[in-house]
Design a protein around this ligand. Sequence first.
Ligand SMILES: NC(=O)c1ccc[n+]([C@@H]2O[C@H](COP(=O)([O-])OP(=O)(O)OC[C@H]3O[C@@H](n4cnc5c(N)ncnc54)[C@H](OP(=O)(O)O)[C@@H]3O)[C@@H](O)[C@H]2O)c1
Length: 334
Amino acid sequence: MKNYQDDVRVGLLGFGTVGQGLVQGINLQIDNISSRLGAPLKIQRALVQDANKKRVVGLPELTTNARDILEDPDIDIVVEVMGGEQPAYDYIKQALGQRKQVVTANKLLLAQHGPELKALAQRNGKGLLYEASVLGGIPILRTIQHGLCGDKVEEVKGIFNGTTNFILTRMVELGEDYPTALRLAQEAGYAEAEPTMDVSGLDAACKLVILCRECFDLEFHLKDVTMSGIEHLDQRQITLEKRQGRIPKLIACAKPQNGEIQVGVQWLPETDLLSRVSGVQNALSLKTLLAGELFWSGPGAGGLATGGAVLGDIMEAAERVLTERDTVFQQTGK
Ligand SMILES: NC(=O)c1ccc[n+]([C@@H]2O[C@H](COP(=O)([O-])OP(=O)(O)OC[C@H]3O[C@@H](n4cnc5c(N)ncnc54)[C@H](OP(=O)(O)O)[C@@H]3O)[C@@H](O)[C@H]2O)c1
């Protein structure tokens, strides 16, 4: 294996739950990562809003100026884990313009601007990788792109949002009403103080759009998704349905051949595999032409699990960086 002298350097845009989970994940296996890569991996610095905020993990350098990352010629890979549409959209465009590899976990941004950003990355000969944007710790995009490249996905169905699954599990199993279960999800750190993106179905819809683009090789937009959330479920309805052996789950599903792409509550029989996915877990079932029905479940969020998915993308981006360095070395001798 080649041994490259120079570090592969990473700049983080954001150092919150995912950014810190990523660094924890790297610290847990740093030697392993360097030997797998054949070069040391170094987190150069991270962009934050408040450099004085207390963090679980220390980084040598934090900055509040995005240019310290986007315009640093030593940084090879920019990792966007700040969230939201702006300024993340501008920063990713600038990073690609500066010919850096880009990794992002930002589902909202990708659902809205994914095809445009991918095209920009392609024009600049750089990668835009986003495994963590769909189902956090379940490595599904790489599985579809590589493991299933000889098969054809026909249907997608799953539980794509852990917060709403946690709330629904409590409503079904403990008889809590919606406001109580939501408050407990917030206290446990699973739901935001402003929970609309999760409970309205928008978070699941973003992931469905990104996944459908990978599975069906068609244009999909957020406006194509028929979407409803869990806010209007009440305990009386749940009790009635439970008597019939059905429980509510927020299901994202797509059958493009029938023009169906939707997120909403479905009442599933208790025997359905998806009914057994409880708490903050996510799950996905794919129906494919050759393999038939495939099923995954696991953590859809959380610093370490999502950080691990980001790290997988960083490893792939780092290999591209090293290959480029090798090509330049062969052409120029430096
Ligand atoms: N959390 C998860 O489990 C999870 C799972 C899958 C995907 N994701 C995605 O990962 C991304 C990050 O999520 P997160 O949970 O890590 O978010 P978070 O905990 O809120 O962290 C966001 C980080 O970005 C920084 N930031 C935000 N806006 C900024 C701005 N305008 N300028 C400079 N810094 C800014 C914040 O700085 P301060 O620390 O100074 O406030 C913070 O460090 C999101 O796109 C999310 O959808 C998250």
